[in-house]
Design a protein around this ligand. Structure first.
Ligand code: H79
Length: 596
């Protein structure tokens, strides 16, 4: 109450108002900090997409419908009257909540987010608000969410709900169904929010015990006031329930990366990425494009190394079973996590703002974890670590690792050399743990790596464009919407081993092979030399962090660097070729040593 007294006396009323506002902000921030505590510690959750769409499983009237399985109603433009009939067949008698929780636990996932209602509008729990729900409309008649809530309680896993607040293809006033109701002007979205969304969110937060978070999705037409209203409703019922970023308008408790995207760079807020284990969320019988356990583990650690949470999806069948390939992969992630959990659960991001050629780093106070994906022949060399290392060992077997640390003041270079055994202890991700004092101290400037390459990542460039106009950095760290030749980028960097370099421009394709544009001409200025290059396709390669967006490499020319020191590089377009408004999509400029 001391804050109230501060407003009394000769102080202007405005000061009291400012104090009151910042007080409210502080308490709101404190409440947010409190509710995010368990989630930051967790770092890894299991997503479950389960609904009526598991029955067609990607096929409608004998036709395979391309795209994500839970979108079948939309993709095949199935009328509500027809899609509703699926409910009469939905009888997932093999559903066993304890088994689902066991799958999450076998993986080391700390929370489960299940679709309580997806865009198709069907409630997967017993709802009094709409008869279109699993208890009232199916022969199953059970409430699987009730059973899952109890199983989560027993298993010590946080239960969370996905809820589609904007799209609802079952309701005339919901967003998205233009095949049954083509006249969008007749929609009253506010009425749908009041009549269905808010009462259902209230049910979900009242009838199933404490809920870890609500995962809203695709804000689309929702207004800022409506997003805030929804967030406030959640917090008024369960103050500790986290609200996902996709509630819209930046009012959630954390940010969500795009589907299957792993954010890069300095992500200012807490963030999470939802990821598919194959190429669909809801079960599809013809999708067997499973990511390998090695890829999933790498994605998990990459997400954590960038300060985020990893939410990995499974799509159970219409019988209620999690597909066996998913069960196996979850167990394989768990087997790895049981050995390495201290490098993931509650771990903090890498101290370097960019990735290192051999792998990833996660940290805790007093510790650094080197996730070595490219196991070296004999020694692993790291540039730029200023912290003094007290001890190094393999996390898997606690075997000590010999090392030396040196510092060359002349070229301002810190070098750590670790003598690793010939074979890595883990086929997927072997971790070298370093004991250090406090938080890791590093030289954050862009610098040449021990393999001789200099990688100038797009998201760390200085951007020369009118703010809010032209190019921008997307959440993957790619500079996109680069359509104007006036926009350009520059970097400062450090070279410690001079020589001849090939300059390679790494660009990104659109998701799912939806295109790439080349033919742009660029000028690169660096080390007193000018290169006139072009962005051409000199080779496509898999993008290790976001596998739906392949990289395209383009050799721009060569440059000679005579001596160690600090350099600058300008990248300016001379012309940008664009028919599809994709333009230049830059991931990085690499200086690759030319083999002598
Ligand atoms: O629940 C999952 C997705 O159903 C949901 N978010 C994740 C977590 C999602 N909703 N919308 N989107 C994702 C964007 C969807 C885009 C696409 Fe399509 C759906 C691409 C292909 C099918 C819409 C329809 C755009 C093209 C066709």
């Amino acid at each position: 109450m001391s804050f109230a007294r501060q407003g009394i006396g000769l102080l202007a009323v405005s000061l009291a108002l400012t104090t009151a506002t910042s007080f409210a902000q502080t308490t709101a921030e404190q409440a947010r900090e409190k509710r995010l505590q368990w989630w930051r510690e967790a770092r890894f959750g299991m997503f479950i997409h389960w609904g009526l769409y598991a029955i067609p499983a990607g096929e409608w009237k004998g036709q395979l419908i391309p795209g994500i399985g839970e979108w079948i109603m939309n993709r095949a433009k199935i009328p509500v009257a027809e899609y509703e009939q699926l409910a009469k067949q939905f009888n997932p008698v093999k559903f066993n909540a304890d088994q689902w929780v066991a799958v999450a636990k076998s993986a080391g996932a700390k929370y489960i987010v299940i679709t309580s209602k997806h865009h198709d509008g069907f409630a997967m729990y017993g709802s009094r608000v709409s008869k279109y729900n699993i208890v009232d409309a199916t022969p199953f008649r059970r409430d699987p969410i009730k059973e899952l809530a109890a199983a989560c309680q027993r298993g010590g896993v946080k239960l969370c709900f996905y809820y589609s607040q904007t799209q609802d293809w079952h309701e005339p006033d919901g967003d998205g169904n233009t095949w049954d109701w083509p006249d969008v002007s007749k929609k009253n979205f506010a009425r749908y929010l009041e009549d269905k969304v808010k009462p259902q969110v209230r049910e979900l937060l009242t009838n199933y015990g404490p809920i870890g978070l609500i995962w809203f999705d695709t804000p689309r037409v929702i207004t800022a006031e409506q997003s805030q209203g929804l967030r406030d409703l959640v917090h008024s019922i369960q103050p500790d329930c986290i609200v996902s970023g996709r509630v819209g308008h930046g009012v959630g408790d954390y940010d969500s990366a795009g589907d299957n995207q792993i954010s890069v760079g300095v992500v200012k807020r807490d963030w999470e990425t939802p990821v598919t284990m194959n190429d669909t969320w809801g079960f599809k019988k013809d999708d067997s494009n499973w990511k390998s356990p090695a890829v999933l583990i790498k994605q998990l650690t990459r997400t954590v190394s960038r300060g985020g949470n990893y939410l990995l999806n499974v799509g159970p069948t219409a019988e209620g079973l999690i597909p066996q390939p998913s069960v196996e992969r979850m167990a394989q992630i768990g087997a790895w996590l049981r050995v390495n959990s201290e490098a993931v659960n509650g771990a903090a991001p890498s101290p370097f703002p960019y990735e290192l050629p051999w792998g990833l780093i996660t940290t805790r106070t007093g510790k650094m974890y080197l996730h070595v994906f490219e196991w070296p022949k004999n020694e692993l060399v790291i540039h730029g670590l200023k912290s003094k290392v007290g001890k190094a060992y393999l996390l898997a077997n606690k075997n000590t690792v010999k090392f030396t640390q040196s510092s060359d003041k002349a070229v301002d270079l810190d070098v750590l050399r670790l003598q690793l055994p010939a074979t890595p202890p883990d086929a997927n991700d072997s971790i070298v743990a370093l004991e250090i004092e406090g938080r890791a101290q590093v030289d954050t400037s862009l610098q040449q790596q021990p393999d001789g390459t200099v990688t100038l990542v797009a998201y760390l460039a200085e951007m020369h464009n009118a703010p809010g106009q032209g190019m921008r950095v997307d959440s993957r760290g790619v500079v996109e919407r680069w359509l104007r030749k006036e926009d350009w980028l520059s970097w400062d960097f450090k070279v410690t081993g001079p020589g001849d370099f090939e300059v390679v421009l790494v660009t990104s394709e659109q998701k799912y092979g939806n295109g790439w544009e080349g033919g742009h001409r660029v000028t690169l200025d660096t080390a007193g030399q000018q290169i006139a290059g072009a962005v051409n396709n000199d080779g496509r390669e898999e993008n290790p962090s976001d596998n739906y967006w392949p990289y395209v490499r383009s050799k721009a020319g060569r440059v000679k660097v005579d001596k160690a020191g600090r350099y600058h590089l300008d990248l300016k377009p001379e012309s940008i070729e664009t028919q599809r408004k994709l333009g230049l999509t830059l991931v990085s400029v690499m200086l690759v040593p030319v083999a002598k």
